[in-house]
Design a protein around this ligand. Sequence first.
Ligand SMILES: [Zn+2]
Length: 197
Amino acid sequence: MRFLLSAPLLAAAALALPFSAPRALVPREHPSLEGTHTLPFVTPNTEAAHTFAPMDHEPTAILVTCMDGRILPEEAFGIKAGTVNVLRNAGGRVAGAIPSILVSQVALGSHEIIVVHHTDCGMHKYTDAGIHEALESHYGNDTARPYTDSIAFNTFTSLNHSLHDDIRLLRDHPLINSTQVSGWAYNVTDGLLQRYV
Ligand SMILES: [Zn+2]
């Protein structure tokens, strides 16, 4: 069951989104390696390449989790390189990961699906209606709606609901091998996992 925010809260949620002064989402030019970047990734990459060794890619599991930068899956969950397909989106929702799950299972043979949502998730703070409203407010209805009308942002009201909904989606999907699925919550305060499903 979904709970809708009242109109004032909905407006507050829309205002809280960082859409009032959006940055360009797509670079207009291909930046050179020497250009200015948000991330200091070139030097760390060069240093890492000194000790780099090619690895096998033999995934046995799929991890679906949120794009939140506080979650470092390889560190937090002890993932060995090459063994897990990590799929990330806002909220870590399964609905947004279905195409990649199908590819992972059919083409790569992974057979377990682990869903990890987390405390203090932004997709728990907003509503789909609030995000639609913010986009339409900024870009105008005529520009935004042809794109946003078909998008479900999959915001959620509680970790219990989001995890149970996503595990049910996996189990009910006719094309997904769902013999091994589980749903977990990751606490961004203490770094601990708790199994919900
Ligand atoms: Zn999140």
